[in-house]
Design a protein around this ligand. Structure first.
Ligand SMILES: CC(C)(COP(=O)(O)OP(=O)(O)OC[C@H]1O[C@@H](n2cnc3c(N)ncnc32)[C@H](O)[C@@H]1OP(=O)(O)O)[C@@H](O)C(=O)NCCC(=O)NCCS
Length: 167
């Protein structure tokens, strides 16, 4: 079953995220805060959990980016370590894309780390049609770059760089 996250899910979601071993302790703290804020009500923000027989197996959190025309962000996506590579993450990613597109979404962005332990995560995004659009070197910390992946949800569009314009 796929449904929106509820406050009672938070403990399990933090445990699942922690057990993936890819998130740093400060990111797990951030996730707790993000979920608290989400449950207080954040306009346009959406979450889904994948639940099977009462057990949470996956999570996605996405929202429109402030001060943009329908650019959306996937802020969090993770799957229980024991259940990875079974299609759960792909389903949650496609659901987020469909929902964002249905709400008028134009672009979807996802940020992740350039560290080798995120190699399969980056491969996952590329398999789903995302392209690496930017790298911010040393973003998370020295030696840990931010990779920004991007996918158009609708056809068309031409970047300023392509048009030879600048802001
Ligand atoms: C990235 C993630 C959400 C993908 O979800 P998933 O359910 O494992 O992925 P799917 O089953 O839909 O797709 C499998 C594909 O994803 C990629 N992949 C990414 N991480 C993987 C992992 N830890 N194990 C297996 N495959 C992984 C592979 O390309 C794989 O294809 P393959 O099986 O042919 O090798 C999930 O693996 C995960 O939670 N990883 C750790 C947390 C994380 O990195 N989150 C994103 C932070 S920015």
């Amino acid at each position: 079953m796929i449904r929106a996250a509820i406050p009672e899910d938070t403990t399990s979601l933090l445990e699942i995220a922690n057990a993936t071993t890819v998130f740093k302790p400060n990111e797990i703290v951030a996730l707790r805060e993000v979920l608290e804020d989400y449950h207080k009500g954040l306009s346009g923000h959406r979450t889904y959990v994948h639940e099977d027989e009462g057990r949470l197996l996956g999570f996605v959190y996405f929202a429109p980016a402030a001060m943009t025309d329908q650019t959306w962000y996937i802020f969090w996506i993770f799957v229980d370590k024991e259940f990875q590579a079974q299609g759960i993450g792909g389903n949650l990613l496609r659901l987020a894309e469909r929902e964002a597109k249905g709400a008028g979404g134009r672009l979807m962005l996802i940020e992740t780390s350039g560290l080798s332990k995120y190699a399969r995560t980056r491969e996952f995004y590329q398999r789903h049609g995302y392209t690496l659009d930017a790298i911010v070197h040393d973003y998370y910390e020295d030696g840990d770059d931010m990779h920004i992946f991007r996918k158009r949800l609708v056809d068309g569009g031409e970047s300023n760089a392509t048009q030879g314009r600048s802001r």
